[in-house]
Design a protein. Structure first.
Length: 396
């Protein structure tokens, strides 16, 4: 009975997506320089002053098309996706033309301008990726610009928080393995991103290539290969059949995650939002909801989860069995804070007192966490030494 009620509740929520109220643009100087915004299905669309309200509404309509209902949507996965967007304050930035416009306007490097960062105030801080740019009216690349960068935000931010398999920071995650599979087979050319690695930014490199791979994967799976001119110099496959035959890991990622949360927008609906005379005659090549068995995949994920919990249990039963608090609760609190506040790069220090009393400290920087641990150790007169326990999710 509970499952039936939950399904009815979630279905009502999804119906509301298709029958949404008129989209309105809000203005608030609190989020300067992003003075305009729209909240659309728990995603905050922030725009700079120069962006037209019409374009901001068009981006919102595009996102709604991606969240339409179909028979393949997993209602609980979709509901969790919406919750993650809301609870983690995920946002999408929107500007006019590109960085050059703002460099000309303010006569300064874009990276030094507040427009290049998060809003000055409020909870919207780290959970965003790149910009969507409003081009001159009638630009042939406008539709691609909007779809691509909405998918960047979905996969690089929301999916990365919601699913371990989409966490591009983890070398063993499925998105990293799928990206490597495409590179090794000569399907995905990453030469355009080599300069990121050359300047020593390994994290930025991994983020860029996994995000871009996910976009091309979804575009091809949705059947937009011809419309987005695939194959091209960066990605060599055109449609779902080619993906399934050549990139089994990527195809599995699409079928077991993307297809259960996102709905492929109808091309005619996208073109109605962003009219394109030259491309109006294109049709979707393949956009099928073939049955796909994700059970083995889900078992693999659950096994990874069980192994993780076994590790936590082992740690609790050994080093922290005498502590006066529940180590598992502390660890889970740290992991939550690590994602929300520390961009998955936090530190955890622990001191284990001889009398059974223990304390800990957390921080975004190693020294910050060490100081926090010592503060509580000294305040509670606990003997012992604060030692680094974890960096990110890795137990040291």
């Amino acid at each position: 009975m509970k499952k039936i009620l939950l399904k009815m509740f979630l279905m009502l929520g999804l119906i509301g997506i298709s029958n949404a109220a008129p989209i309105e643009v809000s203005e608030n100087r609190q989020f300067d320089p992003f003075v305009k915004f729209i909240d659309v299905e728990n995603l905050r669309l922030f725009s700079l002053q120069e962006v037209s309200n019409e374009f901001l509404i068009k981006v919102a309509k595009t996102y709604l098309l991606m969240l339409e209902d179909n028979s393949n949507i997993d209602l609980e996965m979709r509901s969790k996706f919406l919750d993650v967007s809301k609870n983690h304050f995920v946002f999408q930035r929107i500007g006019l033309e590109g960085p050059d416009y703002y460099e000309r306007k303010f006569k300064a490097d874009f990276g030094s301008l507040p427009q290049s960062r998060a809003p000055n105030n409020g909870p919207y801080r780290d959970n965003a990726t790149d910009y969507i740019w409003e081009y001159n009216q009638g630009s042939e690349s406008q539709l691609n610009e909007v779809v691509e960068h909405l998918l960047h935000t979905i996969t690089n931010v929301v999916f990365a928080i919601q699913f371990k398999d989409w966490n591009w920071e983890e070398p063993s995650s499925m998105i990293r393995l799928a990206t490597k599979e495409a590179i090794d087979k000569g399907i995905f050319n990453i030469s355009d991103y080599q300069e990121i690695l050359n300047r020593g930014d390994t994290e930025g490199f991994n983020r860029a290539i996994s995000t871009e791979f996910a976009y091309w994967l979804i575009a091809a799976e949705w059947g937009y290969g011809d419309f987005f001119e695939l194959p091209n110099s960066e990605f060599r496959l055109n449609n779902q059949n080619q993906i399934a035959k050549t990139l089994p890991i990527g195809h599995k990622m699409y079928k077991c995650y993307v297809e259960k949360i996102l709905s492929p927008p109808k091309l005619k609906d996208l073109i109605s939002i962003f009219p394109s005379i030259e491309k109006a005659s294109y049709t979707v090549k393949s956009n099928k909801f073939d049955k796909y068995d994700c059970s083995n995949f889900i078992i693999e994920v659950n096994e990874l989860e069980n192994n993780y919990h076994n590790l936590v249990d082992d740690q609790q039963n050994s080093g922290f069995s005498n502590c006066d608090w529940n180590f598992k609760e502390i660890w889970e609190d740290y992991l939550d804070l690590n994602i929300r506040e520390f961009n998955s790069n936090g530190y955890l220090f622990i001191v284990n007192g001889s009398d059974g009393r223990c304390e800990y400290g957390m921080g975004q920087e190693e020294n910050e966490a060490f100081i926090d641990c010592n503060k509580w150790k000294d305040e509670n007169s606990i003997d012992g030494e604060c030692k680094l326990y974890s960096k990110g999710r890795e137990v040291i």
